[in-house]
Design a protein around this ligand. Structure first.
Ligand SMILES: Cc1cc2nc3c(=O)[nH]c(=O)nc-3n(C[C@H](O)[C@H](O)[C@H](O)COP(=O)(O)OP(=O)(O)OC[C@H]3O[C@@H](n4cnc5c(N)ncnc54)[C@H](O)[C@@H]3O)c2cc1C
Length: 457
């Protein structure tokens, strides 16, 4: 046996699984296989000058490598069962919250001390939202910021590196069930182990699907969130972001009764490209360092699409829409809200004249040629609804980048231990379809580590 435990993927799920295993049983032989680079070698080549757009690197540094998709994220750890995943449905609400607090404590010990913890509790803004048909979801939010998040990851790696074997730039190609153990197949070599923890996140979603098919593990997929990233002067949302940092606000549209929600709010942040399986979409983050802050706030407005039988490929649907924007704009499309509602495309000239200065170089265009009417109508309705609680949201110069797609991994059939029907094979984090956030993915890693440590002892 090469290892007791092999973890596939060094995102938050994999990192916290290895951390907890090391802590609970330092004698365990543990390896982590990661398709991407070590943290210090992760660099996105887009510099805004020579390289302005995504050049489809073989391994996307934003999504892959030590720290996973979380490495250059805004480091917002939302401690809540209201969003960010459905871990509580498997392990119970209290346990899920306890684990998220546990993860928060570790982040504080490893360099995050001093980062502010925001809370919706007792907020007057909640009442104002309800009065305007908006629902503010309850949460505590620890905002590390991209820079502190990076330091926490560095410190976690330094703690783990002598206790765990890390294999970087080593994609796991296959998992083979042998008699009482598992074979982990990489390009050059195969390894075996008793327990496998698969934590491959969104970037590993296609691979995960293939593995489940091959191992006869059931999956289901029926959801994708599609929308735009909104960018506006930070002052418009400052009364909300100063108090809460990130607010998750849900609005039910009058026309279609669809839920539109704000997602990933980044006060004084920047808008960035995201490359998922070669498709360029948009995302955002912000820095804690005052020198790196911008004048703008950005957040996504997303509409959830749930599909019913016979359609199964919800991510394929989202990808097709993103591809359309890539086809028309060569990447992400940028449009002023004023142009969108006047039914005209944005042009370089109109963007140059815009009072909101974009933080991402994107192609001025027309989002109505990309987004389905139902989704676009929902977004426009939501912008007007937000304008009532944050006047100025519906200004002509509010910028919309499209498309933002939140792909949901298909849900892998796992039990309450997050274990598949194949004993010893666990699936955690965003790759399981159960979590969609840093805190839930990390908590699922701790949870599974504890299951394995119990089995071993
Ligand atoms: C720009 C951006 C900003 C974000 N901001 C936030 C935020 O502020 N708050 C929040 O809660 N969430 C945020 N998210 C989402 C968050 O990053 C994810 O929910 C979280 O990282 C999921 O953790 P994970 O460990 O499940 O997967 P990931 O972080 O995706 O890690 C999976 C790892 O597995 C590796 N991998 C995949 N397939 C294989 C394979 N076959 N073999 C070996 N390795 C493999 C990948 O390279 C990757 O490093 C953000 C995401 C992005 C992209």
């Amino acid at each position: 046996m090469n290892y007791d435990v092999i973890i596939v993927g060094a995102g938050p799920g994999g990192i916290f699984a290895s951390y907890e295993l090391v802590k609970l049983n330092p004698k365990l032989k543990i390896a982590v296989f990661e398709a991407g680079n070590p943290l210090e070698k992760r660099h996105c080549p887009i510099d805004g000058k020579q390289i302005k757009r995504c050049i489809n690197c073989p391994s996307c540094s934003i999504m892959s490598g030590f720290g996973g998709a979380g490495a250059f994220s805004d480091g917002k750890y939302n401690i809540t069962n209201d969003f960010g995943g459905t871990l509580h449905e498997y392990i119970g609400k209290q346990q899920a919250l306890d684990l998220m607090h546990y993860v928060d404590d570790i982040n504080m010990q490893f360099g995050g001390q001093g980062a502010k913890l925001y809370s919706t509790a007792g907020m007057q803004f909640k009442k104002i939202c309800i009065q305007n048909k908006l629902n503010l979801l309850d949460a505590q939010v620890r905002h590390l910021g991209t820079d502190i998040n990076y330091i926490v990851l560095q410190n976690l790696f330094n703690f783990l590196k002598d206790k765990v074997d890390f294999y970087f730039n080593t994609q796991v190609l296959d998992i083979v069930k042998e008699n009482n153990d598992y074979g982990i197949v990489t390009k050059d070599k195969s390894f075996n182990c008793k327990y496998v923890v698969v934590s491959v996140g969104r970037s590993g979603s296609k691979w995960m699907e293939e593995i489940c098919k091959k191992l006869n593990i059931n999956t289901k997929s029926n959801r994708v969130d599609i929308g735009v990233r909104v960018e506006l002067p930070a002052t418009i949302f400052s009364h909300i972001t100063d108090e809460l940092y990130e607010s998750k606000i849900v609005y039910r549209t009058e026309k279609f009764e669809d839920d539109v929600r704000t997602f990933c709010m980044n006060p004084n942040g920047i808008v960035v490209n995201e490359n998922t399986n070669g498709i360029i979409t948009v995302n955002g983050h912000s820095y804690e360092d005052p020198k790196l802050k911008t004048e703008n706030t950005n957040f996504a407005l997303l509409v959830s699409k749930h599909f019913s039988e016979p359609f199964k490929d919800s991510n394929g649907y989202g990808e097709s829409i993103a591809r359309l924007s890539n086809m028309l704009g060569g990447g992400v499309i940028l449009q002023r809200f004023g142009d969108l509602i006047r039914g005209r495309r944005s042009t370089e000239k109109r963007i140059q004249e815009c009072t909101t200065i974009p933080t991402l170089t994107a192609t001025p265009g027309d989002l109505s040629l990309v987004l389905p009417k139902r989704i676009l109508d929902g977004i426009i309705e939501m912008i007007y609804a937000l304008d009532k609680v944050a006047p100025g949201t519906a200004n002509d110069d509010t910028l919309l980048y499209g498309v933002e797609v939140k792909f949901y991994n298909m849900e892998v059939d796992i039990d309450n231990n997050l274990e598949t029907k194949l004993k010893g094979l666990f699936v955690i984090g965003d790759g399981s379809g159960v979590t969609h956030s840093l805190s839930h993915a990390s908590a699922s890693g701790v949870y599974v580590a504890r299951q394995i440590a119990n089995k071993v002892s």
